[in-house]
Ligand binder design. Structure first.
Ligand SMILES: [Zn+2]
Length: 121
């Protein structure tokens, strides 16, 4: 279980499993957000926020929506737009207590060019 919340606490999430790794991506949006993503199937994630509590950002090929707290601006998660029932989503583990993610492996993903993980030696 990993819990996270935005800075002001309006948006919270619970991930019911421990991810195998966290992903740091260098694509045009992830590098700006500075996110550390835990990808999971949508059944494993509960996100709570008040109605109209998020700002939604859709870009590029419109496959996902990135959600940020309307009050404090923290990007907390993204949701799949293409096939949400069968899909995956990701939560930004920068919103978690650092102690709770300290032991997790971080993998770098080259979302900018090759669309593949950069494996460390
Ligand atoms: Zn907030």
């Amino acid at each position: 279980m990993i819990r996270g919340s935005c800075h002001c606490g309006a948006v919270t999430f619970e991930l019911s499993e421990t991810p195998k790794w966290l992903t740091e991506c260098n694509c045009s949006i992830c590098r700006r957000i500075g996110a550390l993503w835990a990808h999971a199937s949508i059944e494993k994630v509960k996100v709570n926020y008040p109605e109209d509590g998020t700002v939604d950002y859709i870009c590029g090929d419109r496959t996902l929506v990135t959600k940020s707290c309307r009050t404090c601006g923290c990007t907390t998660h993204w949701e799949n737009l293409k096939d949400p029932r069968d899909g995956h989503m990701a939560v930004n583990c920068r919103m978690a207590d650092p102690k709770d993610i300290a032991d997790l492996r971080i993998r770098r993903f080259d979302g900018a060019e090759t669309w593949a993980f950069v494996e460390d030696e």
